[in-house]
Design a protein around this ligand. Structure first.
Ligand code: ZN
Length: 120
């Protein structure tokens, strides 16, 4: 087994949920990098039950990475790896949530550009 304890995700603790960005308050949520409601809503519990302990630990590290760094690159890499580990719903949810944030940012930029063009 690779020494995941040296991964940046393990040396820093995620304090907000990887999916909804709300604060993580209990030990289990901090371990996973995901709050109780999102774990239930996006199938983490069911998928973690099917996955072995090693896959679950690896998935927790990936979810932490997303909680700490929401760049498209990190999200896509984590999502791909989560799919391979069998966390399909979690992987899809992470990408879907990131996409909606990206679309909101894009919409605001387009609105600002539109207003600027309108004023000239
Ligand atoms: Zn959440």
């Amino acid at each position: 087994m690779s020494d995941y304890t040296q991964a940046p995700a393990c040396t820093m603790m995620a304090t907000t949920c990887a999916i909804c960005d709300r604060p993580l308050l209990d030990a289990k949520s901090l371990e996973v990098g995901m709050g109780p409601e999102c774990r239930k809503k996006y199938g983490y519990a069911a998928e973690a039950k099917l996955a072995g302990e090693e896959a679950r630990t690896a998935a927790n590290v990936l979810i932490h990475q997303v909680a700490l760094d929401r760049s498209a690159q990190t999200i896509l890499a984590a999502s791909t790896a989560l799919h391979l580990l069998g966390f399909n719903r979690v992987a899809t949810s992470i990408v879907a949530k990131a996409a909606s944030v990206t679309y909101i940012v894009l919409a605001v930029i387009l609105l600002i550009v539109g207003l600027t063009v309108h004023w000239e």
